[in-house]
Design a binder for this molecule. Structure first.
Ligand code: NAI
Length: 314
C-alpha cells in the first residue's frame, strides 16, 4: 500500500523553513491537509522580530502545488499555544491525525558560557513544545483510536557534543518524552516515534562548523544535507503505513537506521556489590561483546534481568 494522507490532517510545528517545510511539502504532496505552524522568530529563541511570513510562504508553496494547507503562528511553548495549533487543524480540517513536533531553537557554546536561561529556553521549546502540542492532540487521537506523533530529538541528545550541553539536555528530554508517550499511546492506537535528522537549515547554517568543532561534514557533502532526505522518513512515520512504535531513527547522509539502547549482560552476584567488586569486574560490566539486550521499556528490562539473566520465576 502506497503511503497516503488522503482524508487526514497533520500538524507540523516549526514548518516555516528547514526540515519542517520539507515535511509539509511532502505530506501535502501525499494528499494530507497540513497545518503549517511557525512563530517565525530568531534561531536563538530570543523574543522579537517574529514574522508570519515563514508559515505563510510555505502555505503558499503548498497551495501553488495544488495541496491543502493553513498557517498558524502560535508559539509551541505554552499550553494555550499548543491548543491553538491543534484547534487550527480541527477548525479547518475537522480532525487531527498526526503531529510532527519539529519546532526548535538553538543555543550552543562552552558549558561555562551557557546559562540556566539558555537551558530553560531550550527546554521550553523542545520539551515543552513537544509536550503542549501532543497533549492538545492526545484526547482527539485517543477518541478516534488513531494517531501518529513524530518527536524530533538529535544526535546532540543521543550521543553528545562538547558544545551542545543545553541543547543536548533538551533533546534528551524529548527522547524521554517519546519513550514514555510511545508506551502510553500504543494501547490507544497512537504510535509515537522519534528521529535524529541531519540537514542544512537556517539553524545549522547559523552555527559555523568551526565553532561546533567536529561537524565539518555538512559543508563538505552539502548534497546529502538537503532537508528532503529526511522528509520521506517523517512522512512514513506519521502515516497509517507505520505501525511500529517507540523507535528512534537516524537520518545521516542518506542512511536511515534505527538507533537503540542496549544493556550489557554485565556482572551479577547474589549480595550487594561493593566498590572493589565493581572495580574487579569493570571490564565485564562494560563488555558488549559478552552479550547485551535491547530492551523495549521499563518492564522489559525487568523481564530480561530477572527472567532471562537470573532465571528467576515471578
Ligand atoms: P530551522 O531553524 O530551520 O527550523 C525550526 C523552526 O522552528 C523555525 O522556522 C522557527 O521559526 C520555528 N520555531 C522556533 N521556535 C518556535 C516556537 N516557539 N513555536 C513555533 N515555531 C518555532 O531548523 P531545522 O534544522 O529545520 O530544525 C528542525 C528541528 O530539527 C529542530 O527541532 C531541530 O532542533 C532539529 N534538528 C535539526 C538538525 C539539523 O541537522 N538540521 C539536527 C538535529 C535536530
Amino acid at each position: 500500500m502506497a503511503v497516503s494522507f488522503e482524508g487526514q490532517s497533520v500538524v507540523i510545528t516549526g514548518a516555516g523553513g528547514g526540515l519542517g517545510r520539507a515535511y509539509a511539502l511532502e505530506i501535502a504532496r501525499l494528499g494530507g491537509k497540513v497545518v503549517v505552524n511557525d512563530l517565525g522568530g530568531a534561531t536563538s529563541g530570543v523574543a522579537g522580530g517574529e514574522s508570519t511570513s515563514f508559515a505563510d510562504k510555505v502555505v503558499d508553496e503548498i497551495r501553488a502545488a495544488g495541496g491543502t494547507a493553513v498557517a498558524n503562528y502560535d508559539s509551541v511553548t505554552t499550553t494555550e499555544g499548543g491548543q491553538a495549533i491543534v484547534q487550527t487543524a480541527l477548525d479547518h480540517f475537522g480532525r487531527i491525525d498526526a503531529v510532527i513536533a519539529n519546532a526548535g531553537t538553538m543555543r550552543y557554546g562552552d558549558f561555562e558560557s551557557l546559562t540556566l536561561e539558555d537551558l530553560t529556553s531550550l527546554l521550553a521549546v523542545h520539551v515543552g513544545g513537544s509536550w503542549t502540542v501532543t497533549q492538545a492532540a492526545w484526547p482527539h487521537m485517543k477518541r478516534q483510536g488513531y494517531g501518529r506523533v513524530v518527536f524530533t530529538t538529535s544526535s546532540g541528545g543521543l550521543l553528545g557534543n562538547p558544545s551542545l550541553s543545553a541543547y543536548g539536555a533538551a533533546k534528551g528530554g524529548v527522547m524521554g518524552l517519546m519513550h514514555n508517550l510511545a508506551e502510553a499511546g500504543a494501547p490507544h492506537g497512537i504510535i509515537c516515534n522519534g528521529i535524529t535528522p541531519n540537514a542544512a537549515s537556517r539553524m545549522t547554517m547559523e552555527m559555523s562548523a568551526g565553532e561546533l568543532g567536529e561537524n565539518p561534514w555538512s559543508a563538505k557533502l552539502p548534497q546529502y544535507f538537503d532537508p528532503r532526505y529526511t522528509a520521506g522518513l517523517v512522512a512514513y512515520l506519521s502515516s497509517k503505513a507505520c505501525t511500529t512504535h517507540h523507535g528512534i531513527y537516524s537520518m545521516l547522509c542518506g542512511r536511515v537506521g534505527r538507533a537503540f539502547i542496549g544493556y550489557c549482560d554485565g556482572y551479577i552476584q547474589d549480595a550487594p556489590i561493593d566498590a572493589d567488586t565493581i572495580a574487579a569486574h569493570w571490564d565485564r560490566i562494560n563488555d558488549d561483546t559478552a552479550g547485551y539486550s535491547i530492551v523495549k521499556n521499563v518492564t522489559d528490562e525487568f523481564r530480561v534481568v530477572v527472567a532471562e539473566l537470573r532465571g528467576l520465576k515471578v
